[in-house]
Design a protein around this ligand. Structure first.
Ligand code: FES
Ligand SMILES: [Fe+2]
Length: 463
């Protein structure tokens, strides 16, 4: 099967011949912000990805040493630790940190291990005025200073300096708290780079965590992350959303030199794979799947002379205004409907726009390269005239439960189950391929964000 590129088109430059994302944005009923006009794709090669890196213990160990111990990683939301002494426990690949507010304007991340015999100081999130080890009672104040050692006379060699709890670096952005175990790391702001400016309009710091569901999946963390990184899979994994999802003409931006990339999948327009889809078909499909968490809106009829996209954007504007008390009248159709999905290496996926913002986080399940912790959060806008709502606690699902068993995910639960239904079988197939090709052949463009993830991994692993 040889593909002839149109004359003058180089490898990596070919695109679906349907209207592009930018063509669709041209028809928006509001003025499109500059950030959605940016296009940042560069061809990064067509090499296969070795399957081994999804299950090899040695590869995992290298990721631990050279990636997880070196990168900025999202630990929690700021609103989860509003008062001095509030803390969450952030565990990843054998590392553990107590992320706590030490002053009104200061957050620290302490290595979660007693300096005496190493017991974890905290195993659960909570709030306290000090950290007392349950084993022999060594105690630190919330700033990490040693406050008490029972039988102090037996430890003359422990002093203020060597008795301090070691710390990771901490940074905040968009209402998220990030930690970096590497004391010599670059500042969070430069790590996030242009992302800060991309989200200026969407202000995730003005949101609160309204949904947080967590579940273990039987696959490498990258298998899980990569299930959410492209819209190429819609045709076979989510055929029911095709009447309202422009999958094959999604825009992918890998933003060379940055730690983040992006896709924009426009909604309220049909897939280029469909040849016969009316505006009403689009609206029906969209109301059936409840769009981007605007909730059930019932059956709707698209008004004469209005496109399905403009109509659904208006429905979403009204719903979001009602839900949040924040006027959404000036938000673009794109910001109300589209999957404007960012990915910050290695595992953090914040969605842009103004419909409730979805967040994904993927981590290895401890030191097991064939198991992962998958989390889905949804941020809602805060009503500026009301006190900030408290964030929800984490809803930990059992291995036997489906995502659809989490009612707070609404219509998204069933869609996530479709994604997750592939995941264990991808992991099994990655082993099976070792008797065959032993590698994955990715699309040059539609899977450029998978390539970007691996390019970053290789870069970190080569240091
Ligand atoms: S291990 Fe913590 S006080 Fe002994
Ligand atoms: Fe999906």
């Amino acid at each position: 099967m040889n593909i002839e590129y149109p004359k003058g088109v180089k490898q990596g430059e070919a695109r679906c011949d349907a209207p592009s994302t930018q063509d669709i944005l041209d028809r928006d009923t509001r003025e499109i912000p500059r950030v959605l006009r940016e296009q940042g794709y560069t061809y990064v090669g067509s090499d296969d990805i070795p399957a081994e890196r999804y299950f090899s213990q040695d590869w995992h160990n290298q990721e631990v040493e050279k990636v997880w111990k070196k990168v900025w990683q999202m630990a929690c939301r700021e609103e989860e630790i509003p008062e001095v002494g509030d803390h969450i426990v952030y565990d990843n690949v054998g590392m553990s940190y107590i992320v706590t507010r030490t002053a009104l304007d200061e957050i620290k991340a302490f290595v979660n291990s007693c300096l005496h015999r190493g017991r974890k100081l905290r195993t659960e999130d909570g709030s306290s005025t000090s950290f007392r080890c349950p084993y022999h009672g060594w105690t630190w104040d919330v700033t990490g200073e040693i406050a008490e050692i029972p039988c102090r006379w037996d430890f003359p060699h422990v002093n203020e300096e060597n008795g301090r709890l070691p710390e990771a670096r901490v940074g905040t952005w968009g209402g998220f708290v990030f930690i970096n175990p590497d004391p010599d790391c670059e500042p969070l702001e430069s790590y996030l780079g242009d992302l800060v400016q991309h989200f200026e309009r969407w202000k995730l710091e003005d949101c609160y965590k309204a949904v947080h569901v967590k579940k273990r999946m039987a696959a490498n963390w990258k298998v899980c992350a990569e299930a959410f990184i492209e819209s190429y899979h819609v045709i076979d994994t989510h055929p029911q959303i095709m009447p309202h999802c422009a999958d094959a003409n999604t825009q992918y931006d890998n933003f060379d030199g940055q730690h983040f990339n992006r896709m924009i999948t426009t909604m309220g327009v049909p897939s280029p794979h469909l040849t016969d889809c009316s505006d009403q078909d689009t609206v029906d499909a969209m109301t059936n799947t409840q769009g981007r968490q605007v909730g059930a809106v019932g059956q709707l009829e698209v008004p004469e002379g209005m496109s399905a996209r403009a109509f659904m954007a208006e429905v979403a504007r009204q719903r979001c205004t009602e839900l949040t008390g924040v006027d959404h009248a000036d938000k673009t159709d794109s910001e109300m409907l589209d999957a404007i999905q960012y990915f910050v290496f290695p595992n953090f996926f914040p969605w842009g726009g103004f419909s409730p913002n979805i967040i994904y986080r993927f981590r290895p399940d401890g030191q097991n390269p064939e198991s992962a912790i998958v989390e889905i959060m949804i941020l809602h806008r805060c009503d500026p005239d009301k006190p900030r709502p408290a964030p929800v606690p984490v809803h930990e699902m059992t291995d036997d439960e489906d995502w659809a068993d989490a009612p707070e995910l609404g219509g998204l639960g069933a869609v996530f189950d479709q994604d997750m239904s592939n995941i264990p079988f991808v992991q099994e197939g990655l082993h099976a391929t070792m008797m065959g090709k032993g590698a994955l052949s990715l699309g040059d463009y539609q899977e450029s964000r998978v390539r970007d993830l691996h390019r970053n991994l290789e870069r970190y692993l080569s240091t």
